[in-house]
Design a binder for this molecule. Structure first.
Ligand code: SF4
Length: 266
């Protein structure tokens, strides 16, 4: 199925905007299921608003990654590295809630922190958009919550703004535990925006348009702030790689292994 077919699918005419993209991801990648639903509470669920404003919720998520690190690596990870891994494991899936509808439906959900929750144990998210940006020709342009923008560059700008508004309070919350400056944390988010969509689009047969869209989105100049650098793609479809803008800190657990996208290796 192409991105165009998703927009035009009759079966999706009454579905909430953005939901088709999330369902399509869940079918291709069952490890991550995004539900169009209000934030959930209860065992294993954490609201993004709690991560941003409640130190106990943040500490509980980092403790989850302490246990995970022991399971994965057989040895404790450094506390600041554990917190960085925790932020990465939040940012990678949550960024997809924004970027997949942008790629597949030309829609950008508005998802401040009080509209998202995550279940790290099951690999689920809930997302309850407060509205959505779309282009003038979108069949949903007249629906409640539609925020029509004039053209594709404006939609890209809306995506950067929506992502930045979601992640800014979370980076403020994570920063003392990760012990990195704002630029490094935005570089981490930039890498997760790129890597998540690149990976998911590959599963969905949409890798070339995803690469082109990410290159237009993340230009590395002031217009793309607070995001850092460019996607750094190299090569062609089927043999493509990229250079990260942040260090993933994997060297702290496996000193001898280089990541494929390591900036030092380049
Ligand atoms: S391989 Fe590169 S990106 Fe990965 S941890 Fe080492 S220095 Fe960082």
């Amino acid at each position: 199925m192409t991105a165009h077919q998703v927009e035009q699918s009759p079966s999706s005419a009454g579905a909430p905007p953005c939901q088709d993209s999330w369902l399509r991801l869940g079918r291709a990648f069952p490890d991550l299921r995004i539900h169009h639903a209000a934030p959930r509470t209860g065992p294993d669920w954490t609201g993004a608003a709690a991560l941003a404003g409640d130190r106990a919720a943040l500490d509980a998520m980092i403790a989850f990654d302490e246990r995970l690190g022991l399971d994965l690596y057989g040895t404790p990870t450094r506390p600041d590295v554990t917190a960085g891994f925790s932020l990465h494991r939040y940012a990678w899936p949550v960024a997809l809630a924004f970027t997949l509808p942008w790629l597949l439906e030309r829609r950008v959900p508005v998802l401040p922190v009080d509209r998202v929750s995550i279940n790290r144990t099951t690999g689920e998210l809930t997302a309850d958009p407060a509205g959505f940006h779309c282009l003038p020709g979108d069949p949903a342009a007249g629906r409640p919550g539609a925020l029509v923008v004039p053209d594709r560059p404006a939609l890209d700008a809306a995506l950067r703004t929506a992502l930045a508004e979601h992640f800014a309070p979370l980076l403020d919350s994570f920063r003392p535990a990760v012990r990195r400056g704002p630029r490094t944390l935005w570089a981490l988010v930039t890498d997760d925006v790129v890597d998540g969509l690149w990976y998911a689009a590959g599963l969905l047969g949409e890798e070339p348009p995803a690469v082109a869209a990410l290159e237009a989105l993340l230009t590395g100049d002031a217009a793309a702030a607070p995001f850092v650098g460019t996607p750094g793609f190299r090569g062609t479809a089927g043999a493509r790689t990229r250079t990260r803008v942040s260090c993933c800190l994997y060297y702290t657990v496996r000193p001898a292994e280089l990541c494929v996208s390591c900036p030092r290796a380049c």
